[in-house]
Design a protein around this ligand. Structure first.
Ligand SMILES: NC(=O)c1ccc[n+]([C@@H]2O[C@H](COP(=O)([O-])OP(=O)(O)OC[C@H]3O[C@@H](n4cnc5c(N)ncnc54)[C@H](OP(=O)(O)O)[C@@H]3O)[C@@H](O)[C@H]2O)c1
Length: 264
């Protein structure tokens, strides 16, 4: 019964399908995607050879894993639709932002729920996906890690940190991109054409992140390697800090965290 149904074949759903369909975890025919949109279904069927349906009820029969991949405001309707038909051995994997395992279990009480928080890097198999599950779901958790390793890196965290993971990992994509845009603008002001500035800034960002990731080092160690005493790099870095770079990033992260805790 190693079958999976993904309810919601939108932006994130498509990335997950891409990872799973190209892995050896499931045969493509054992992956079913449910969506309201025929266009989405035709696209995933054509690209990945998966099964598709517009009917949630029939699609989750005889399936071990069900991924909930709809918008937060759409979740309750989906849970109401499945609550009378899910069997206790079916595992629900929720990607939905801001809804706890306990809240899902209020509607679907007898099923194990595992929460995952990927980011849009998933589309390039570079997601950072944080995962949490209850203590009694160890075995299932191992398999869910394997599933999400097909679209990037995973980290198991306590559920109390899921909102923080959303800010750091999912919103984090936007935060890094805004910094990237600023670098591009600086490059243009120094004389590069926008396209050239973008090529340089993007590759430099990839290089910087890869140095930290692959050397398993602290960013400051890599910074030390490029800051010649009295040189131009330290001059620029110190000016950025005088203007509040680290402070504004930390304040932005915390503002985002305060906001997410008020969203329901
Ligand atoms: N995108 C991200 O980077 C990201 C990261 C982490 C977590 N998440 C979470 O992942 C979830 C999905 O995000 P997304 O960006 O993929 O959303 P999305 O693009 O809007 O995709 C959701 C899809 O589900 C369909 N749908 C909704 N209700 C349905 C139902 N009852 N039956 C069948 N299909 C249904 C929607 O159809 P209609 O559009 O016709 O309603 C839509 O095609 C959200 O809860 C989000 O918070 C997203």
């Amino acid at each position: 019964m190693n079958k999976i149904t993904i309810i919601g074949g939108g932006n994130l759903g498509k990335s997950i399908i891409y990872g799973l369909a190209n892995s050896d975890l499931f045969e493509a025919k054992n992956i079913t995607v449910v969506d309201k949109s025929k266009h989405n279904l035709e696209e995933v069927a054509e690209k990945f050879g998966v099964s598709t349906s517009q009917d949630i009820v029939t699609s989750i029969k005889q399936v071990k894993w069900v991924i909930l991949c709809v918008q937060p405001r759409q979740l309750n309707a989906v849970l109401q639709e499945i609550t009378d038909i899910v069997t206790n051995d079916q595992i629900l994997i929720s990607t939905v932002t801001g809804t706890s395992m306990a809240e899902i279990n209020e509607v679907v009480p007898n099923n194990t729920v595992i929460r995952v928080m990927p980011n849009t890097g998933a589309a390039k198999r570079l997601s950072m996906t944080c995962i949490s599950a209850s203590e009694d779901a160890r075995e299932e958790l191992d398999f869910v890690e394997k599933m999400f390793n097909t679209i990037g890196k995973t980290l198991v965290i306590e559920e109390r940190l899921m909102q923080a993971a959303t800010v750091l990992g999912a919103s984090g994509i936007a935060f890094f991109l805004r910094f990237l845009r600023a670098m591009i603008q600086g490059g243009i002001q120094m004389g590069f054409h926008p396209h050239e500035a973008q090529i340089i800034a993007v590759q430099t960002a990839i290089g910087a992140a890869t140095l930290v990731a692959e050397n398993d080092t602290h960013p400051e160690r890599e910074i030390d390697k490029v800051t010649t005493p009295q040189g131009c790099t330290i001059e620029g870095l110190n000016e950025m800090e005088h203007q509040g770079l680290s402070s504004s990033v930390i304040k932005g992260v915390m503002a985002s965290y305060e906001k997410i805790n008020t969203i329901k």
